[in-house]
Design a protein around this ligand. Structure first.
Ligand SMILES: [Zn+2]
Length: 225
């Protein structure tokens, strides 16, 4: 039965399906990461308010399994300064990736700046790259660092951005058609006409606005009289 409490905690091997807290409309890991910095009714809302939420995000996207995520939460309690620094660094990378998402297709400077950030993260941590099965049957990159555990956390995210650069898909990344919404996504529709981050929110708002505009239009009142 879908929607039952059990359905949101299906186990898959060692993975626990965690209830979703973040939106996953970007179609790429790095775009979902960029979308953790949201705008709601004109106000900026940072969904990564603390280090634990960063770990929750990484667990939700499959970059950390439940066991390693629990280890990260424990380690953050033991080393709060290190965890805080890792969060600051993750936000800095996120800001560079937002510029890449919004302007990367048109601006060489945006691409170069993002590349500098990507290579800074990739260059500083030794460890093992892995591909992990996710609870929904898809797969995710993960990275098991050697040494400083915090430094490697966002490696799967920057690798995802690197993949988009390498495959030349920046031209299909769009910002939501609602000017008040800052979410970005990869338009993977065949006709390249995806406009909204989600139909359930921005798409429906636009549809309702069009309906209200029609209701107000004078020729509509004549037609329905
Ligand atoms: Zn939107």
């Amino acid at each position: 039965m879908s929607g039952s409490p059990q359905a949101s905690h299906i186990t898959f091997g060692h993975l626990r399906r965690v209830p979703r807290r973040f939106t996953h409309v970007g179609e790429r890991l790095w775009l979902d990461f960029v979308n953790t910095d949201e705008t709601r009714r004109g106000d900026r809302v940072d969904l990564l308010r603390d280090f634990d939420l960063l770990v929750e995000f990484l667990e939700e996207v499959g970059s950390l399994d439940a066991e390693r995520a629990a280890g990260m939460h424990r380690r953050a309690q033991q080393q709060p300064a290190g965890a805080a620094a890792a969060l600051v660094d993750a936000r800095r990378v996120r800001a560079a990736l937002r510029v890449l998402a919004e302007r990367g297709a048109l601006s060489e400077k945006a691409r170069w700046d993002a590349l500098t950030e990507i290579n800074r993260v990739l260059g500083r941590s030794a460890g093992t790259r892995r591909v992990e099965p996710r609870a929904d049957g898809s797969f995710a990159r993960s990275f098991v660092p050697v040494g400083d555990a915090f430094a490697g956390l966002i490696i799967p995210i920057v690798e995802s951005a690197a993949d988009s650069l390498i495959s030349g898909e920046l031209g299909r990344i769009r910002r939501c058609g609602d000017s008040r919404c800052t979410r970005v996504f990869l338009d993977s529709t065949r006709n390249g006409r995806r406009r909204w981050c989600e139909m359930a929110t921005c798409g429906n708002r636009a549809k309702a606005a069009r309906f209200r505009a029609r209701e107000r239009a004078p020729d509509h009142r004549v037609a329905s009289a």
